[in-house]
Design a protein around this ligand. Structure first.
Ligand code: ADP
Ligand code: MG
Length: 485
């Protein structure tokens, strides 16, 4: 295997200069987040690495190559022809997790009873991978179907590292060659995905400017600029306006026509073409019944949902586990070569139920839990149980609850001694990285016809190798870029 060149070695004066330039570039170009308990005028530079992190070019290309197949699989899973298959799995999970999965399912069933009026469905997905250090094989960690983040800041960190390289902040002129530092164009490509939704909503008729995109956001969103970059691109490249509302603002600031089910943003009376969720993936987003009712009502509007409830539910970890079975996977992807490509990206994942694989899983953790992570059906970080904590955790559960978890083999990526900057603190610790590939797809969930299917850029997140989880906002992780070798 080819070896990457080492990180630049800098004098302390050079490192100080680099940090000065890094902070200014970040603040000047919106590579920023709000800190906890922020004031609206006080964003800070987002946590990033000082250097791009080595990543094998072939493995990167593998991850890009499988994205259209993943887009296809998940659009098929959440189309009506597979509704029964999906709902059977979700109903079973719901019996263990009544308060979240169960309520999302209720929303879907209620919406269906009222009537779902829009057959088109938009997916903005992100497939996350770690690299097996022994053979550089990409292994999928998770497939995200709702509220995927960092498409905005990812473009920015790639531009930042490229800028630092161009001003010789890495010590020598062109320490990295231009083609070694791929810059993710995810800001524009994800915005293109939203624009596709807007375009098809209008039956492919211009001008599109008559309708707007509605971002559903969380209160006090700290990662607001990641979303804003998308909005600015959507307006600049497509002349499509966007609005930002929390779920609890929907009843007062929107109006849905009871006949046509078209939804309007009241302050401007603009019709909404796409409802894009950057909220609604965690129980904390639903404070009262109001939010649950809003989620149901929005599903019945004419606007294209990104994602629909079915698509959101298809992203649960149980589905990821079930798909590792080739006979299941081939239900959703018809091409043998593509199926084999996808199978290579799967780590071993086991159910925790009473099936033979479930019994095997329990035996494996009894023998040695140190190679595994146990995952519940939750999104957004901080929910998994790692290694030696697994047996103790399981002993607190009722046996009947086991089935709502999956057990996954830990992927062991290479570690690198990059440096991380959080505000003004520099950490020199070994890190591991997780590559995300974005995809956008628009399909007709009634006919399963796929109208667009695109790869939409990438993301590298890194975390200290001593930490199991990697949440960027939570303080464990940072945004990174690729140095391809
Ligand atoms: P979430 O929905 O919380 O993002 P993930 O499945 O992505 O859940 O897990 C969170 C983090 O835990 C990942 O970003 C990764 O750092 C770590 N992790 C999860 N699964 C594995 C695995 N199989 N091998 C190594 N690390 C893992
Ligand atoms: Mg994740």
């Amino acid at each position: 295997m080819a070896l990457p060149k080492s990180f630049p070695s800098l004098t302390s004066k050079q490192q100080d200069d680099l940090i000065y330039n890094l902070q200014h570039w970040s603040l000047g170009n919106g590579l920023v987040m709000f800190p906890p308990n922020f004031k609206s005028y006080q964003p800070v530079n987002a946590p990033v690495t000082l250097f791009p992190t080595p990543f094998p070019r072939d493995s990167f290309n593998d991850a890009l190559a499988v994205q259209p197949s993943f887009n296809e699989i998940y659009s098929n899973i959440s189309s009506l022809e597979n509704e029964k298959w999906l709902l059977d799995i979700i109903s079973e999970l719901s019996s263990f997790d009544k308060d979240f999965t169960g309520r999302l399912l209720d929303c879907y069933l209620k919406a269906k009873k009222i009537g779902i009026t829009q057959p088109l469905s938009l997916g903005l997905f992100r497939s996350d991978y770690m690299l097996n250090s022994t053979d550089n094989q990409i292994k999928q960690i998770e497939f995200n179907t709702v509220s995927v983040s960092f498409c905005g800041l990812s473009s920015k960190v790639g531009q930042l590292h490229s800028y630092l390289n161009n001003i010789d902040a890495y010590g020598f002129s062109d320490y990295y060659l231009e083609n070694e530092l791929p810059i993710s164009d995810s800001i524009n490509e994800i915005a293109d995905g939203l624009a596709d939704g807007n375009y098809y909503y209008n039956k492919r008729e211009l001008p599109e400017a008559e309708t707007a995109v509605l971002f559903i956001i969380q209160e006090n969103e700290r990662n607001a600029f990641d979303q804003r970059h998308l909005e600015y691109s959507l307006l600049k490249n497509h002349r499509v306006k966007s609005y930002r509302l929390q779920m609890d603002q929907i009843p007062t600031l929107t109006k849905t026509d009871p006949e046509t089910k078209r939804i309007y943003y009241l302050p401007t009376n603009k019709e909404i073409s796409v409802i894009y969720y950057r909220a609604g993936y965690a129980p904390s987003d639903f404070k009262t019944d109001l939010e649950w009712n809003v989620r149901t009502d929005l599903e019945t509007t004419k606007a294209i949902k990104c994602p629909t409830l079915l698509t959101q539910l298809s992203g649960c970890k149980k589905i990821q586990q079930i798909l590792t079975d080739k006979s299941v996977l081939s239900k959703f992807l018809k091409n043998d070569a593509k199926i084999n490509q996808i199978l290579k990206t799967f780590a071993n994942i086991y159910p925790m139920d009473d099936s033979s694989n479930g019994l095997l899983a329990k035996k494996l953790i009894e023998e040695d839990a140190s190679n595994f992570v146990l995952k519940p059906q939750r999104e957004g970080g901080g929910n998994n149980i790692y290694k030696e904590d697994i047996p103790k955790f399981l002993s607190t559960l009722n046996k009947e609850e086991f089935g709502s978890y999956i057990l996954m083999e830990l992927v062991k990526p290479a570690t690198y001694n990059n440096k991380v900057i959080r505000q003004d603190e520099i950490y020199s610790e070994s890190i591991v990285s997780e590559l995300g590939v974005f995809g956008t797809t628009l399909w007709n969930s009634e006919t399963s016809e796929i109208l667009t299917n695109k790869v939409a850029g990438h993301l590298l997140r890194s975390k200290f190798s001593t930490s199991d989880e990697g949440g960027v906002a939570a303080g464990f992780g940072c945004i990174d870029s690729l140095y391809l070798y």
